[in-house]
Design a binder for this molecule. Structure first.
Ligand SMILES: O=P(O)(O)OC[C@H]1O[C@H](OP(=O)(O)OP(=O)(O)O)[C@H](O)[C@@H]1O
Ligand SMILES: Nc1nc2[nH]cnc2c(=O)[nH]1
Ligand SMILES: [Mg+2]
Length: 176
């Protein structure tokens, strides 16, 4: 950064509007997602986009009675800064076979789509799979087949596995 330049804002700071999600709420939203997916399936396997997709994938797979779960491991955000996408582990040969090579009958699960970059990459790997997320922001929404809650692009979702209970100052003292 050059002297005098404004500090670079993280994706979370740019988003501005916080949307904290509790474990209870997340579980309810995953169950609601499963109700919708139950109309679309059956699915041969669930593909979780790690790491955020692991928690909804476990809940959805449990509700749908699917026991084959695979992962595609992608790193993009370092906490809240988005960098280049890196595929750390691809989809297994066995899961690929179950999807006939194109992902037909497979269910991809992630916690959210934001810019859609992560979802787009996985869709390219499995063009015929069904892609479900719990939350969706407008830029990524066209990529998703099924989701539960849309939040505005300037929202930052705080998941229960990334947060802890802490003191919150009263509204009159300027709390959001
Ligand atoms: O639509 P995009 O702009 O690509 O962002 C969405 C992705 O970002 C988050 O993952 P992250 O890269 O933070 O990794 P994590 O799941 O391991 O936390 C989230 O879980 C999605 O996978
Ligand atoms: N936790 C979290 N991770 C993200 N990655 C991209 N967008 C988000 C978001 O809103 N919340
Ligand atoms: Mg993720």
């Amino acid at each position: 950064m050059m002297a005098g330049d404004a500090p670079e804002l993280s994706a979370q700071e740019r988003a501005g509007r916080p949307f904290p999600v509790s474990w209870d709420q997340f579980h309810r939203d995953c169950r609601a997602l499963t109700w919708r997916l139950n109309e679309v399936g059956p699915f041969h396997a669930v593909i979780a986009i790690t790491r955020g997709g692991l928690v909804p994938a476990a809940i959805v797979a449990r509700e749908l009675g699917v026991r084959v779960i695979d992962t595609v491991c992608i790193a993009s955000y370092d906490h809240d800064k988005q960098g280049e996408l890196q595929v750390l582990k691809g989809i297994s040969e066995q899961a690929m076979k179950l999807g006939g090579g194109t992902g037909k009958g497979l269910l991809i699960v992630d916690d959210l789509v934001d810019t859609g970059k992560t979802g787009k990459l996985v869709r390219e790997m499995l063009p015929d799979a069904h892609f479900a997320t719990v939350y969706a922001k407008p830029k990524g929404r066209p990529l998703v087949d099924t989701f539960i809650t849309e939040v505005s692009q300037d929202t930052w979702i705080f998941f229960p596995w990334d947060t802890a209970l802490s003191y919150h100052p009263p509204l009159r003292d300027g709390a959001a």
